[in-house]
Structure formats: C-alpha cells, structure tokens
Design a protein around this ligand. Structure first.
Ligand code: HEC
Length: 105
C-alpha cells in the first residue's frame, strides 16, 4: 500500500517535470543569471556589445550555449558568459533554448 502510493507520487512528479519544459526554461533563465547580461526577457542586454537573444532560432541558441560552455566558441565577449555555463546542464540548455526562442524579439 505505502509502496504503491510512493510509486504514484514518483510517476506524477516525473510526468510533471517532463511536460513543464517551457516553465522550467523561464525559471532557469532567471535562476542561472542569464537575465543579468541578456535582460529580463532576453531583449535588453547589459552592454551594447552583448547580444539580444529573444526569439532567436531554438537550435541556434542551443548550439551557441553548448559551444560557449565547451570553449569551442571563444570569440568576441563569449568569455564573459563561459563562467556561468558551468552551472547549466545539457538538459537545462534545452529547456532554456525552448523558452528563449519563444520570447518576443
Ligand atoms: C556575464 C554575462 C552573461 C551571462 C550571465 C550570460 N551570457 Fe549569454 N552571452 C554573453 C555575451 C557577452 C555573449 C556574446 C559573446 C560574443 O561576443 O561572442 C553571449 C552570447 C549568448 C548567446 C549566443 C547569441 C548569438 O547571437 O550568437 C546565447 C544563446 C546566450 N548568450 C544565452 C545565454 C543564456 C541562456 C544564459 C544563461 C544560462 C547566458 N547567456 C548567460 C553574456 C552572458
């Protein structure tokens, strides 16, 4: 009895986290300090030479984050962002990319 309640709770928790990617993306975008440099909704960067990312293509956002994290992309000001990427996992990158791609440019 107790075991089946526990199992049900786990299944519900797993399915909730599975479908809430967009909401997670919004939360992560703020929590991982992306907002500090790219603006609250990704369209007002901190510095004039930092990019606006709101509404950018999802696959592109994901790839740039992966490349900045790994150091493969090391042009311009990407070093400024590399430091924060150590706290962002591959799954989180996907959720954030989904969210940012849907923001209004
Ligand atoms: C400390 C400042 C800073 C933080 C924090 C930061 N970024 Fe960046 N980000 C930058 C800068 C600067 C660039 C541009 C690098 C360059 O000049 O090539 C950039 C580039 C990008 C790009 C590529 C844009 C393009 O047009 O190529 C994406 C996507 C991006 N950031 C998303 C994020 C996300 C998502 C987060 C949070 C996990 C984040 N950034 C956190 C500063 C930051």
């Amino acid at each position: 009895m107790k075991v089946s309640i526990l199992l049900m709770t786990l299944i519900i928790a797993a399915s909730v986290s599975g479908v809430s990617n967009a909401a997670d993306g919004a939360k992560l975008f703020a929590e991982k300090t992306c907002t500090a440099c790219h603006g609250k909704v990704g369209n007002k960067p901190l510095m004039p030479d930092y990019p606006k990312i709101a509404g950018q293509n999802k696959a592109y956002i994901e790839q740039q984050m992966i490349d900045i994290k790994s150091g493969k992309r090391a042009n311009g000001n990407s070093a400024a962002m590399k430091g924060v990427m150590v706290i962002v996992t591959d799954d989180e990158i996907k959720a954030i990319a989904e969210y940012v791609s849907k923001l209004k440019p």
